[in-house]
Design a protein around this ligand. Structure first.
Ligand SMILES: [Zn+2]
Length: 219
């Protein structure tokens, strides 16, 4: 199942809009992967940071449809008065993003994850879990975050929860990294015969095709 980040299902099902690479893109198939993809390019080579500050993080969450519009406004408004707090949350979020990237990369390379990265993921998971509540709704029980919270790190809790869910579920078997040598975006390949190679055909797929066409032509 894609979606269901333990917030009220009436807020959203996880189907954010598709956008080209010059802005936020939501092609990962899982929230934490879309978050990883807020760094464009290839880590260790040339990269492009799409999240320059805390407000970018909130705007991204709004585009990902994981926060309510009024909560977004409150978080942005509140950030003006809590500069050091939001800076810390922003830094924690990016640190978590890079830890998660390395852990997933290790998984793809069939390597053990780095112990320090796992420490950070566990520490954020412990923090996020403090805010989960058991609720009764529509005849059943489920764990939810309070979607009306205006805590600065609310978006990070959702990302952390998504990451832990991915790491402990069968979805991990669908994880892939883009086939382009200049792109490190990750996604779940849930195509019929697991044949997806690119994050997006219209960007990396076409670029690689054009490159190989030019190379063939030159020969
Ligand atoms: Zn790509």
């Amino acid at each position: 199942m894609v979606g269901g980040y333990l917030i009220d299902p009436r807020i959203r099902s996880y189907m954010p809009s598709r956008t080209p690479h010059d802005s936020y893109s939501f092609i990962g198939g899982e929230l934490c992967l879309d978050f990883i993809n807020t760094l464009g390019g290839m880590r260790g080579k040339e990269t492009k940071e799409y999240l320059q500050d805390y407000n970018d993080l909130v705007n991204w969450a709004s585009k990902a449809k994981i926060i309510l519009p009024e909560i977004k406004d409150e978080l942005v408004e509140g950030s003006r008065y809590r500069a050091s707090m939001v800076k810390e949350v922003y830094q924690r979020s990016l640190e978590f993003r890079e830890c998660l990237y390395r852990v997933l990369e290790s998984h793809l390379e069939e390597q053990y994850p780095n112990a320090e990265d796992m420490e950070i993921i566990n520490s954020e998971q412990t923090e996020a879990n403090k805010h989960l509540k058991l609720v009764f709704d529509r005849g059943g029980y489920s764990w939810r975050f309070d979607e009306r919270t205006t805590r600065e790190d609310f978006v990070l809790w959702l990302i952390v929860h998504s990451a832990c869910r991915l790491l402990t579920s069968d979805l991990l078997g669908y994880l892939k990294i883009c086939g382009s040598s200049t792109c490190g975006w990750m996604f779940l390949d849930q195509s019929k015969n697991k044949s997806r190679r690119w994050c997006e055909m219209k960007t990396c797929g076409n670029r690689t095709k054009q490159k190989s066409f030019r190379t063939t032509k030159a020969i």
